[in-house]
Design a protein around this ligand. Structure first.
Ligand code: SB7
Ligand code: NI
Length: 193
């Protein structure tokens, strides 16, 4: 079971590495990792379990955060009917994004960052992501709103990027300045929608 002691914090080199592609078919070990990541999110969102296990609530988790440098992300959000929506994305690739950007008014936080960081984190408003699910089926996922922001936060973890790298005008030694232009687009394969 994953608890906060398994989550590596800023300063750990794995958080700055590019994660490796996961080999398909999935090994038992990788399947276990996938499921334990989702179990962590479920526990962290359950107030009783979270208190008992001393977990910080999380809507997403990327494998590098548990020191597994592989392209796996888990996201657990809620739909309009308040039903949980669980997603495991393997080898995710951002294939296209909106020109329009969006940000969370309250800023972002990270389970690997033990301090509040203020500032606006610009993200794409809508994205399309190609990824395999836990059944090894390739899918195109469309995200917008809060979910799109969370998925981009997790995709960044697979590329060694921390949310505060994207805050403009943030004075901190840990910030790696990104030229404004590099926020859009991130690779030549991406088309603008
Ligand atoms: C606010 C929180 C998250 C994403 C976007 C906005 C997720 C926080 C948990 N994580 O550290 C996951 O990487
Ligand atoms: Ni994070």
């Amino acid at each position: 079971m994953i608890t906060m002691k398994d989550i590596i914090r800023e300063g750990h080199p794995t958080l700055r590495k590019k994660a490796e592609q996961v080999e398909l078919p999935l090994s038992d070990k990788n399947l276990k990792t996938l499921h334990s990541m989702m179990e962590f999110l479920r526990n962290s969102q359950d107030p009783e379990k979270a208190e008992e296990l001393e977990l910080r609530p999380g809507v997403g988790l990327a494998a590098p955060q548990i020191n597994v440098s592989k392209q796996i992300i888990a996201v657990r959000t809620f739909n309009d009917n308040d039903e949980p929506k669980e997603l495991l994305l393997i080898n995710p690739k951002l294939v296209s994004h909106s020109q329009e950007t969006a940000y969370l008014e309250s800023g972002e936080g990270c389970l690997s960052v033990d301090r509040p960081v203020e500032g606006i984190v610009p993200r794409y408003a809508r994205i399309k992501v190609e990824a395999y699910n836990e059944h090894e089926e390739k899918n195109i996922f469309r995200f917008r709103g809060y979910e799109a922001i969370v998925v981009q936060h997790e995709l960044d973890h697979l590329n060694g990027i921390m949310f505060y790298d994207r805050i403009e005008d943030y004075e901190d030694d840990l910030k790696q300045a990104l030229p404004a232009q590099s926020v859009i687009p991130r690779s030549e394969n991406e088309t603008i929608i």
